[in-house]
Design a protein around this ligand. Structure first.
Ligand code: UTP
Length: 473
C-alpha cells in the first residue's frame, strides 16, 4: 500500500476518516500539505486524549496538600553562606560551558495582539529594543563573563518560525555568532471537537495549534538539540519565557543550588502579591513537589494565612526553571509512559470549515486545544528544589496590550529595578511613591544584567556615568 493510502487507512481506523473527505477536490500541492500534517499526528495519542474529552475535568484531590518548601533569600532569613557557595558553584558551571540558555517563544501571544512573533516586540524604555535583543544582550554579557561561547536555544512554532529566524538574520544575530543560536519548532496538536473528531480549518487543512510550552521537552529531543548539547558538554539548561525581560538568565546562585542539590529540575518562586493572584502555586501534594494552577486552587486555600499572618500558599511560579539535559532526554523521548507530561484541554473558538465550504471562527466555543505545561515535569524530577526570587528583580511579563502585565507596566518595572541599583551606589533619583523614577533611562544588559554585575561595573567606571533623561548605559 502506498504511504498515502496507508495514512488514510489509519485515519479511518481511528474514526478520523473525515479528514480526507475532500481529497479529490484538492490541488496536488494541497494534498501534499494535508498528508504532511496528517503524518505528523500521533493517532493513538489523539485516541487516548479523546476518551472522556467532553467530561467535566476531575477536580484535584487536595486533601494532602501542603505549602512547598523553598530556599529563602539571605535578606529574608536564608543562609548567606549557602548563597555564596552556590554562587561559586554556578559560576564554575558557567565558566566551564556546562550551561545553555533556552527560550520558549512558540506561543501565539493572542492577548498582546501584536502582529509578529512576541520576541520582536519593542520593550526597553529609551532604545525600544525588542525582547529578543534584550535576551541576546544578556547572552552576550553572560559569555563575556564566562570567557566562553555559550549556546542559546529558541523554540518557535511552525506559525512563527520563519519570521523569527529572519528577524535574527536581519539584525545580524545581535552580535552573537550564528552558530551559537539554535532555532527549532515545537510540535502542533490538532484541535478536537467535543466528540473527539479532528477539526478541519479548510478542505485541505487540519486545524492545528502549538502543543504548549511543555512541548519543549519533546521538541528539544526531536530536533536533535539534546544530542547537540551532549556533544558540547552542556548539562544544565536555563529555561525562560520570551515575554519576561527582567529574567536573570545566567544566575550563578540558581545554577549552584540546582547543581549542589543534584536536582533534575529547579524553579524560582516569588511571594504572591495577593491571595487571588493568577499564578501557579508551588505546593507539596502527597509529598510530591507540584505546581497547582490558580484555576485548580480553591480560594479558601489560596487565602489561608500562616502563624505570621503571611499567605500560607505564598509561592508563586514565575516560569523560570533549570532543567538537566538528561532529565529532558528522559521526559522528552517519551520512552516511559509514566514519565509523560499530561495534556490539558482548553475549550476555545476555533476557526473551522462550515457546511457552506467557507472557513469561519464561530461565536461560541466549539473545540478543544490541547497543551502540555512545562511545570508538570516538576513532580517527575529527582530532588527538585525551589529558590526564592524577588519579583521586582525578576518578573514583569508582557502579556496584555494594556493594563496589568502590559508593555507599560513592564517598562516601569525595568525603570524601578535600575533606579534600585543606582540607589545602592548612592545615586538617588526622584521617585514616585511606587519607586518609579521621573527620569527615563536605560541600563542595557551588555552593561549589567543583574544588580551584582551593576555594582561591579559601577565600581570600575571612572568617571561615573551621569543619569539624565534618555541616558543609555
Ligand atoms: P503564554 O501562556 O503566555 O501564551 O506563554 P502566549 O501564547 O504567549 O500568549 P497568549 O496566551 O496567546 O496571549 C508563556 C510562554 O510560553 C511560550 C510563549 O511563547 C511564552 O514565552 N509558549 C506558549 C510556547 O513556546 N508554546 C506554546 O505552545 C505556548
Amino acid at each position: 500500500m502506498s504511504d498515502e493510502l496507508n495514512i488514510m487507512e489509519q485515519f479511518k481506523n481511528f474514526g478520523q476518516g473525515h479528514v480526507f473527505d475532500h481529497w479529490e477536490f484538492l490541488s496536488e500541492e494541497e494534498q501534499v500539505l494535508l498528508l504532511e500534517q496528517a503524518d505528523s499526528i500521533d493517532l493513538s495519542e489523539i485516541h487516548s486524549l479523546c476518551e472522556g474529552l467532553d467530561a467535566e475535568s476531575e477536580s484535584l484531590d487536595l486533601s494532602n496538600l501542603n505549602p512547598a518548601n523553598y530556599i529563602k533569600r539571605p535578606e529574608n532569613g536564608g543562609d548567606l553562606n549557602e548563597w555564596k557557595d552556590s554562587f561559586k558553584i554556578g559560576n564554575k558551571a558557567l565558566i566551564e560551558g556546562k550551561v545553555a540558555f533556552f527560550t520558549v517563544a512558540g506561543g501565539q501571544g493572542t492577548r498582546l495582539g501584536f502582529d509578529g512573533p512576541k520576541g520582536t516586540f519593542p520593550i526597553t524604555p529609551v532604545q525600544h529594543n525588542t525582547l529578543f535583543q534584550v535576551f541576546s544582550d544578556k547572552v552576550f554579557r553572560a559569555q563575556e563573563l564566562a570567557g566562553k561561547k555559550l549556546h542559546w536555544f529558541i523554540m518557535t512554532s511552525l506559525l512563527n518560525h520563519e519570521e523569527t529566524v529572519q528577524f535574527f538574520t536581519k539584525n545580524d544575530f545581535f552580535r552573537l555568532d550564528k552558530d551559537q543560536v539554535h532555532f527549532f519548532s515545537q510540535g502542533l496538536m490538532p484541535a478536537l471537537s467535543p466528540e473527539g473528531k479532528i477539526l478541519m480549518e479548510a478542505k485541505g487543512l487540519i486545524s492545528m495549534t502549538p502543543d504548549g510550552h511543555g512541548g519543549a521537552l519533546r521538541a528539544l529531543v526531536k530536533s536533535g538539540s539534546v544530542e547537540f548539547m551532549e556533544q558540547e558538554g552542556i548539562e544544565i539548561i536555563s529555561y525562560f519565557q520570551v515575554d519576561n525581560p527582567l529574567v536573570h538568565i545566567a544566575d550563578p546562585e540558581f545554577i549552584g543550588f540546582h547543581a549542589n542539590a543534584g536536582s533534575e529540575m529547579s524553579s524560582k518562586m516569588v511571594v504572591k502579591a495577593y491571595a487571588g493572584e493568577k499564578v501557579g502555586h508551588f505546593c507539596s501534594l502527597e509529598d510530591v513537589l507540584t505546581v497547582i494552577e490558580y484555576s485548580d486552587m480553591p480560594y479558601e486555600l489560596a487565602r489561608q494565612k500562616d502563624d505570621e499572618g503571611d499567605l500560607l500558599y505564598k509561592s508563586g511560579s514565575v516560569a523560570i526553571h533549570i532543567l538537566d539535559r538528561e532529565f529532558i532526554k528522559r521526559i522528552g523521548s517519551g520512552s516511559d509512559d509514566a514519565c509523560k507530561l499530561p495534556f490539558h484541554k482548553a475549550f476555545k473558538k476555533i476557526k473551522v470549515l462550515g457546511t457552506d465550504g467557507e472557513s469561519a471562527k464561530p461565536d461560541e466555543e466549539n473545540g478543544y486545544k490541547m497543551e502540555m505545561f512545562v511545570f508538570d515535569a516538576l513532580p517527575l524530577a529527582k530532588n527538585p528544589i525551589i529558590i526564592e526570587a524577588l519579583r521586582a528583580d525578576e518578573f514583569s511579563p508582557v502579556k496584555n496590550a494594556k493594563g496589568v502585565d502590559s508593555a507599560d507596566t513592564c517598562k516601569e518595572d525595568q525603570l524601578r529595578q535600575w533606579a534600585g541599583w543606582l540607589e545602592s551606589v548612592g545615586i538617588d533619583l526622584i521617585l514616585d511613591e511606587t519607586g518609579l523614577p521621573m527620569t527615563n533611562f536605560e541600563v542595557r544588559p551588555v552593561y549589567a544584567a543583574s544588580k551584582h554585575e551593576f555594582l561591579n561595573k559601577w565600581e570600575e567606571s571612572d568617571p561615573k556615568p551621569i543619569i539624565q533623561e534618555n541616558t543609555v548605559l
